[in-house]
Design a protein. Structure first.
Lengths: 351, 346
């Protein structure tokens, strides 16, 4: 098990490396640079700017420099200056050594901020939103699917499955504006824009505001984003549970005289979860990227807007940072999914 | 018992000869089952109507999609103010004819209905081309990997694994920007010029298609490979090989026809996803070039004024949802009809 995880982590590291090379190559091969403005800057200024951000060096050197800033910790006996170049995601002190680790670099388009700032201030909001949407998807989807499967071909089944198809067909960009209009504009019960928590966040992720102050902002976006995923979870849960319920061991359990509730929860559900878990990994990652549109519709100060702008602005470090962070999420989600398999089905061995 | 048999013979309508009764062919059986599924039939009818609307857009649309009438910005017909009472205080109908725009006009005075009608083009074309590209690339790729196996398979599938680690939408966005800017530089070469010309004449759709196509085939490739692996060891393949069939013949004549069914079904079920991706890209401003309308970009424009003119978002949003309903219902019905065992799986 431990060896399996280590091997997977190494493989993951390799994949992330390849992703970073491709992204780096792709964004640098697009003609034009980050300092091309509609009104061209003087050549000397561009040259200075490029020198400032090391863009005058050959691409492989730039790439290695980027990797070095990212992966290798900087250690010093004196305090680091409070400058943008020395910024890092992790700053701590071991004994008399000051350590700074993981520096995603500066942002070209907003000069006073670094990508680390964005990861500190904006990313947690996107993660909170994506996670809440994921919770909506699971909390609504799984019970609906289970109910539909247990009462197969009854009105419960038909209603919930029709609801599921409707749910799948209503993406965020449809549901978002409609929710805003109903609850924000017509009924005026929920605020239309904004997010309930501000940086700094507890442990870098969690909100420091609680209760209605937080939820009044979160309710609409999380449902808008999570509902269509809840529909696909419902359909998959139903299908998978229906298959398992016909297995011999369920009949055996019934004949043993176990209580129906125990059969469903302990025997059927656990075994039917594998396909559901399989899609949950990519789904969670998809919800995280899906926050982009949700953030625009509900005016949430998350990561999404920065990414889209960064591409048009050629803001290389922001592009790299976002793609890498999301790729890491995706790969981690898949690893967790694979580990959960082993828990659900002990026959699955990790080789 | 005898009565039952004669009854069955009568029903079959084959001149009373039970032996001549043909068994129903697989296709016909599937079609019968599909037609019995009311939701799928309704979905299919809606899709046909939508495509008719797309083809005859010039005839149906009351106005041009790009003509701006600045004096009639955000015009709202009287019936809409009754539906949305919020607008009563500021909404104004066009002066000469209050009902000139049935669904109202947008922020530069373009007829909303006409734009919705023309906007169907983008979504509906993506609904055809997206699956097509993904099928062609994915099936070919998966077939080759699965068929040759061994080192080839390993190498090809590792590439897919790595592409899988790319956050799909981000990769699509990156690719699209890459193509767009690479071809908009002063001298992109003959091929580049041809591509940008094609893109311009399609209103910016070409690069959406490329962007979606380049990321969508991975799932298809995995699925195809799995299917090929499961069928490769069957006896009839061995038989074909023993009479000296070439690899290509075995692949296209024996393997492909046997696996294509489930692949097409899964691709049909993916269509709403393609429509959604296009709408998403247009929404964040990376989709079609203005003034070409697309439901995604209309929702995006409208959502900026949703507090004052909800009609500008809600109508394109409803159309988008309707189209996705229709494709979902049809895809579900098709899957149930062709492969009853898979019923209810997504």
């Amino acid at each position: 098990m431990g060896r399996y995880i280590i091997r997977r982590l190494l493989y993951m590291f390799l994949v992330i490396l390849v992703v970073s090379v491709i992204t780096f190559g792709l964004m640098h091969s697009v003609p034009g640079g980050p300092f091309d403005k509609e009104k061209p800057l003087p050549k000397e200024i561009i040259a200075n700017l490029e020198k400032r951000y090391h863009l005058d060096q050959p691409l492989p050197v730039q790439y290695l420099q980027y990797l070095k800033d990212l992966a290798i910790p900087r250690i010093s006996t004196t305090k680091f200056p409070n400058s943008i170049d020395a910024d890092a995601l992790f700053k701590f002190k071991i004994g008399k050594y000051y350590v700074r680790w993981v520096n995603f670099g500066p942002s070209y388009s907003s000069r006073s901020r670094t990508v680390n700032d964005m990861l500190r201030d904006q990313l947690p909001i996107s993660i909170q939103l994506g996670f809440l949407a994921f919770c909506v998807a699971v909390v609504i989807g799984m019970p609906l699917g289970i109910l539909a499967a247990l009462k197969q071909n009854s009105w419960v089944d038909y209603t919930s499955m029709t609801m599921a198809i409707f749910g799948v067909s209503v993406p965020v960009i449809v549901l978002g504006p409609i929710l805003v209009w109903i609850f924000g504009v017509s009924l005026k019960v929920l605020p239309v824009t904004g997010w309930g928590s501000k940086p700094p966040f507890a442990f870098g992720i969690f909100s420091t505001t609680h209760g209605w102050k937080y939820w009044q902002y979160a309710i609409m976006p999380m449902f808008a984003l999570g509902l269509s995923s809840s529909a696909s979870i419902a359909r998959l849960t139903r299908a998978s549970l229906l298959q398992v319920i016909r297995e011999d061991y369920i009949r055996t359990a019934r004949e043993k005289g176990l209580r129906e509730r125990n059969i469903v929860i302990k025997h059927a559900l656990k075994n039917s979860l594998i396909p559901v878990i399989t899609i949950m990994g990519p789904m969670f990652a998809g919800l995280l990227t899906g926050t982009f549109v949700t953030e625009t519709i509900f005016g949430i100060p998350g990561m999404g807007r920065y990414f889209v702008n960064s591409i048009t602005n050629r803001d290389y470090p922001v592009i790299m940072g976002t793609v890498l962070i999301y790729a890491i999420f995706l790969v981690l989600c898949n690893l967790i999914v694979d580990l959960v398999y082993g828990f659900l089905d002990p026959r699955i061995r990790f080789e | 018992m005898a009565v039952d048999l004669s009854e069955a013979v009568k029903k079959s309508g084959n001149g009373g000869n039970p032996l001549s009764q043909k068994s129903e062919s697989l296709t016909r059986d599937a079609i019968r089952r599909l037609l019995k599924n009311r939701a799928a039939v309704i979905g299919g009818i809606i899709i046909i109507l939508l495509y008719l609307m797309m083809i005859f857009a010039d005839k149906i649309a009351p106005y041009d999609y790009a003509t701006q009438v600045l004096s009639e910005q955000n015009a709202v017909p009287p019936w809409l103010t009754k539906v949305f009472p919020v607008m009563e205080s500021y909404a104004k109908p066009p002066v000469d004819n209050p009902n000139k725009y049935i669904l109202g006009a947008d922020y530069v005075g373009r007829d909303l209905l006409s734009r919705i009608i023309y906007g169907s083009r983008v979504s509906l074309i993506i609904a055809i081309i997206g699956p097509l590209i993904s099928l062609i690339i994915g099936v070919l790729y998966g077939c080759i990997a699965g068929f040759f196996g061994g080192r080839v398979d390993n190498f090809m599938m590792r590439i897919v694994d790595i592409l899988y680690a790319f956050p799909g939408l981000l990769f699509t966005i990156l690719l699209m920007t890459f193509f767009r800017t690479a071809l908009s530089k002063p001298d992109p070469g003959t091929f580049g010029e041809a591509l940008s010309f094609l893109d311009n004449s399609l209103g910016g759709m070409l690069f959406i298609i490329i962007g979606i196509g380049l990321t969508a085939w991975e799932t298809m490739a995995r699925l195809t490979r799995g299917q090929v692996l499961s069928i490769k060891e069957k006896e009839f393949i061995e038989a074909a090989r023993s009479i000296g069939s070439t690899d290509r013949r075995i692949m296209f004549k024996h393997i492909l026809p046997n696996i294509i069914g489930p692949l097409v079904i899964s691709e049909t079920l993916a269509i709403p996803g393609y429509i959604n991706t296009e709408a998403f890209l247009s929404f964040i401003g990376l989709g079609v070039n203005p003034p070409t309308p697309s439901w995604g970009s209309m929702i995006s424009d409208g959502s900026k004024v949703v507090r004052t003119y909800p009609n500008q978002t809600i109508f394109p949003a409803l159309m988008l949802a309707l189209t996705m309903f229709a494709f979902n219902f049809l895809g579900d019905g098709l899957r149930d009809a062709l492969d009853p065992q898979m019923r209810g799986k997504s």
